[in-house]
Ligand binder design. Structure first.
Ligand code: GLA
Length: 692
């Protein structure tokens, strides 16, 4: 069984419908020979099961599944709802998504449907049920993927069905139109409604501004729509799947509460990891300074959604649509590096996108392991080498990523930061800086999303929490943070903490609102950082920290609070800029500005969490460090993402698993190279004691 903690498994994505069936058997044999034992199929193949409305033909995938079974291959079968067929969209145009101006998004690409069309729900339920009833019992099938990449390419929905569903969503949430008016502050600019039928999903407006509280609820509504569409499918699948088979979905895109989606519907979540986006020559995603190392941030997020997770699509070739995205082929070693990046972060299933590069269609330049001809090539050779290395890592299956620091998030703030320009301007750079500083200081971290399901016990696993700018706070979240801190945790927050409520209204209480008691801080004044005051710094024991984007002037308001740093320069010169409040057995730090990399590094230093393995090994900033722990053994991953070799220093002899050698002292990690060291916790403790 995948992800049961006993194995790390390799798979691939295969499209039998793209190839002459005469090559299927050979492809399956070659996959097996290269170490692949699972294929994912059918996510875009509705017409292969229902070529015309009400006409069903199962032979195509029956034949494929039989061959797969004979080849000893396991299959993940997908529901094909990401690409409704032409007969469907032609007959029922109301299933299509629309632009903000209400124009229908036409057939021809993918994900052109909307989640709320009753017709689409019915036809989707039908195809899911037909596919599940027919294929779920096949012995080769081990699990199901629901749809493909919810919200990929488009995260906004403006069809008439969405309008109607939005009104139902609001009616359920607010009960009466009066309560809705209150919750959205519609008295402002005379937006008051007299009936739910007057409410619309966001539309084109003068100046582009839309009621911000409506927009925030609209994103919640989209998330709700995705979750209920997925639930409709998962409920059907559960009736048919064999005991032990799983239900998953893949991707990780915006405007979805992926935690709720997973909790309510899936056995586990899978992510699609395309680190080579960072090398796109058209600047599609210029991810400086880390390039492909940024994918580690997404992997941390997936881990938060689903502690057990797999990679449904792991990049193996160049990116390329005929209309966009141009990237070089992965260099020798990068396919291995990205595989190990995923494993280092906790993935025990890695499935390559895709086995063969398609010779036609929009993705004809999106390469897989094999090129068009299917001939032997470098990437297939590298895959065989990966399989050999993964065999050496099998004992690490099920090991848990070891983080003692977490970045706290919640969907309300993430989505409000999209809607509210001021909020986005402070949250995004701080989150980027946190990731960069944590990576460069080799501090493993998790994301924790504060929702109704998080317990103090879960938070207590971390000695330090960074919750950079929780503008929106609720009593319940504050209580959780109070309990965490009281029991010894250290919490760091930044400017604008507590300034909004769940509706996205600014609170009328003195700032930081609900967080005043917890932080022991008062915010008598605040300002955006003016360009002519760009040189303002915060002096913390002689270390001068930048105060970019926004500044809260602080004051202490509790007996246990103390000013640690003050502004230098600008209007707030001499005023408190950093307050520490001792709260129970823990501490809360209120930093008055946004966080840049140097600021985060200073916190990591002062809070004694940087370089957690410094007694065991030393490594340059250019290498990522990740540790997975199982029973009493640590698996220490060192990943070099650069084209230069890196030198690391092992202070004790350690067993390296990929090469099967013991290593000590200065060790070279080749360009794009990876090392995985095994050490027992006892060994580590002895080392720590010896050095202490
Ligand atoms: C996604 C999809 C795949 C394919 C690849 C490459 O992640 O799930 O179907 O389109 O990207 O574009």
């Amino acid at each position: 069984m995948l992800l049961d903690g006993t194995n790390i498994t390799l798979g691939t994505c295969y499209y039998p419908e793209h190839w002459n069936r005469s090559i299927w058997a050979d492809d399956l044999t070659r996959m097996k020979e290269a170490g692949i034992s699972v294929v994912r199929v059918a996510e875009f193949a509705w017409s292969k099961i229902e070529p015309r409305e009400g006409e069903y033909t199962y032979e195509f995938f029956d034949d494929f599944l039989d061959l797969a079974w004979e080849a000893g291959m396991r299959v993940i079968f997908s529901t094909p709802t990401a690409t409704p067929p032409a007969w469907l969209t032609e007959e029922y145009p109301e299933v299509l998504n629309a632009t903000r101006d209400g124009d229908l998004i036409r057939h021809g690409s993918r994900r052109h449907y909307n989640y709320n069309s009753p017709v689409y729900r019915e036809l989707s339920a039908n195809i899911v049920e037909r596919a599940a009833r027919h294929y779920a019992g096949h012995p080769a099938v081990v699990g199901w993927q629901v749809d493909n990449e919810f919200n990929c390419e488009n995260q906004t929905f403006y069809s008439e069905s969405d309008n109607m569903a939005f009104r139902r969503f609001l009616k359920e949430k607010y009960g009466t139109v009066e309560c809705l008016n209150e919750a959205w502050g519609t008295v402002f600019w005379n937006q008051t409604y007299t009936a739910f039928s007057e409410v619309h999903v966001p539309r084109r407006t003068n100046s582009g501004a839309v009621n911000p509280h409506l927009e925030l609820d609209y994103i919640r509504f989209i998330s709700d729509s995705v979750c209920s569409f997925a639930a409709m499918q998962a409920d059907i699948l559960r009736q048919y799947i064999k005991p032990g088979d799983f239900i998953t979905t893949n991707g990780m895109f915006g405007h979805i509460d992926n935690h709720a989606l997973t909790r309510d519907n899936l056995t586990f979540y899978t992510y699609d990891s395309y680190p080579n986006f960072a090398y796109c020559v058209d600047g599609f995603q210029a991810q400086e300074p880390f390039k492909d190392r940024w994918s580690s941030r997404s992997l941390a997020e997936v881990r938060s959604i689903s502690p057990k997770f797999g990679i449904m699509e792991q990049q193996s070739g160049a990116n390329g649509w005929n209309v966009s995205m141009e990237a070089p082929a992965p260099r020798p070693g990068q396919m291995t590096l990205w595989t190990m990046q995923s494993i280092a972060h906790g993935a025990d299933y890695i499935s390559y996108f895709r086995w063969r590069t398609c010779t036609f269609g929009t993705e004809m330049y999106w390469h897989g392991i094999l090129d068009y001809s299917g001939r032997e090539n470098r990437r297939l050779k590298e895959l065989r080498e990966i399989s050999r290395k993964v065999a050496n890592l099998q004992e690490a299956a099920g090991a848990v990523y070891e983080a003692r620091v977490a970045i706290v998030r919640d969907y309300d703030n993430q989505w409000d930061a999209e809607v509210d320009h001021w909020h986005g301007r402070i949250l995004r750079p701080s989150e980027d800086a946190l990731f960069t500083a944590l990576q460069q200081s080799h501090v493993m971290f998790d994301y924790v999303y504060l929702d109704d399901f998080v317990s103090v016990g879960q938070l207590a696993r971390y000695s330090v929490l960074f919750y950079p700018h929780p503008e929106i706070l609720t009593k319940q979240r504050v209580k959780l943070l109070e309990q965490y801190t009281a029991s010894g945790g250290k919490l760091v927050v930044g400017c604008r903490t507590g300034q909004k409520d769940l509706r996205g209204f600014c609170v009328a209480e003195p700032l930081p609102g609900l967080a005043a008691y917890l932080t022991g801080t008062d915010v008598p004044e605040y300002t955006l950082a003016a360009p002519d005051e760009a040189d303002v710094v915060i002096n913390w024991d002689g270390v001068k920290l930048a105060a970019p984007v926004f500044r809260d002037m602080l004051a202490v308001c509790g007996e246990d609070a103390q000013v640690l740093a003050r502004y230098e320069g600008g209007c707030y010169a001499g005023e408190p800029a950093l307050v520490r409040n001792c709260f129970g057995r823990g501490e809360v730090y209120y930093f008055g500005s946004t966080f840049d990399v140097a600021t985060v590094k200073t916190f990591l230093d002062k809070l004694s969490v940087k370089e957690p393995l410094a007694l065991l090994l030393r490594l340059p900033e250019s290498c990522e460090l990740a540790v997975r722990r199982k029973d009493n053994t640590d698996y220490i991953f060192v990943l070099n993402y650069t084209k230069e070799e890196a030198k690391i220093n092992l202070l004790f002899p350690l067993e390296e698993l990929l090469g099967g050698m013991r290593e000590e002292g200065e060790v070279t990690v080749p360009a794009y190279g990876v090392k995985v060291y095994r050490t027992s916790c006892m060994e580590r403790e002895a080392i720590n004691r010896g050095k202490a």
